[in-house]
Design a protein around this ligand. Structure first.
Ligand code: ADP
Ligand code: MG
Length: 359
């Protein structure tokens, strides 16, 4: 089947090394694109229709919609994302050129490694390429972020789409979510990065995310600052959510510095502090995430913390390359014997961002 398609667009997921729940507060984050990606094989077609299937939803078969993103009926889940991406690009001036496409992805869905941004950026890249309409990468990221909000109602920050577009091999991306400036930070060669899934699906993630976001907006208003990015530690000293955001922003900058100087002790401390802050102040961890971080730390990781929005999903661990396999094995054994859940390990060494080319 793949032979029918002339072109392929591939976009990676991402792991966030530091800075969770900071991106929607105009703060800092430190994501890296990962070696797992969503691939869209496609060909432009004369009709003004998009026909797309995904191997993540084989029972759904081929979904068809207008090339300007107009949905013929109320669409939910991934067809809704395709139509929102097409509509977002249409508003920016893409001609309604159709395409036929097949999606496959090795980014786990709903694990906190941003399969959604990988999917949107891959679809968006394919649509732009099919129309012979090059769109600057930052605009593509903005269009896909807008589409995710339109399709899911989740008011996500800019991190996921930017990481998928601007990922660079061997580097984390120091992201200023206010200016949207990105500074690549080299990850030391002797560090390996993995995400380990707790084996427990995310619960309540959407509603809890929205309620945290609302609470941050109220706090911003009460403090009279433009965003929590501008609050001082003293201003938020008796506000757990504010305390997390302000301290997490400082930890992002300190983590970038610790990567530059390969200061493993500092990395270990910063990751542990971030996990505690997300668990105690921001209240987005779970018993399983805590148990997995404990198991990893006791097994000899350089650094480990929960990553992503929380309420289930993954931890991210930095490991010494020389003993990484043994440390991972000890971690997963310890965690499974303590909780009864089987963890899954995903490779997360920093990788290049989205690309388009011949299939
Ligand atoms: P995460 O981004 O952490 O993986 P989300 O809940 O934000 O979790 O995104 C998962 C959603 O992204 C899925 O429900 C689906 O709508 C969409 N998605 C991601 N990858 C694919 C894919 N390969 N095929 C179809 N839909 C996908
Ligand atoms: Mg997502």
């Amino acid at each position: 089947m793949a032979d029918d398609f002339a072109r392929i667009a591939a976009a990676p997921g991402r792991v966030n090394l530091m800075g969770d729940h900071t991106d929607y507060n105009d703060g800092f984050a430190l994501p890296a694109a990962i070696p797992l990606s969503c691939r869209v094989e496609y060909a432009a077609v004369a009709s003004q229709r998009i026909s797309v299937s995904s191997d993540a939803a084989p029972a759904q078969g081929v979904v068809s919609l207008a090339a300007d993103g107009t949905a013929d009926d109320l669409r939910t889940d991934w067809p809704g994302l395709v139509s929102a991406v097409a509509a977002s690009l249409d508003r920016r001036g893409r001609s309604p050129i159709g395409m036929t496409a097949a999606v496959s992805s090795d980014v786990p869905l709903g694990a906190g490694l941003s399969s959604s941004a990988a999917f949107e950026i891959a679809i968006g890249s394919a649509l732009c390429d099919a129309a012979g309409w090059p769109l600057p990468s930052a605009e593509l990221a903005a269009a896909c972020r807008e589409a995710e909000l339109a399709a899911t109602g989740v008011p996500c920050g800019p991190m996921d789409q930017l990481a998928s577009v601007f990922g660079r091999r061997g580097h984390a991306l120091l992201l200023d979510c206010r200016s949207l400036e990105i500074e690549p930070v080299a990850v030391p060669d002797d560090l390996r990065i993995v995400a380990i899934h707790t084996g427990v699906a995310r619960r309540l993630a959407g509603s809890a995310y929205a309620s945290r976001r609302d609470a941050c907006a109220r706090l911003t208003h009460d403090l009279g600052v433009a965003s929590l990015r501008d609050a001082t530690p003293t201003q938020v000293s008796d506000q757990p959510f504010g305390r997390h955001v302000v301290s997490e922003n400082a930890r992002v900058l300190a983590t970038a510095e610790a990567l530059r100087s390969n200061d493993r002790k500092a990395l270990g401390t910063l990751f542990a502090e971030s996990h505690r802050s997300l668990a105690d102040d921001y209240a987005v961890s779970t018993a399983e995430l805590d148990a997995l971080v404990d198991a990893a730390t006791a097994s000899g990781t350089v650094a480990c913390r929960m990553t992503g929005a929380g309420f289930g999903g993954c931890v991210v661990a930095l490991l010494d390359r020389t003993d990484a396999d043994e440390v991972i094995a000890r971690t997963t054994e310890r965690y499974e014997s303590r909780t009864g859940h089987r963890p899954t390990v995903y490779p997360c060494d920093p990788s290049d961002g989205a690309r388009v080319g011949p299939a």
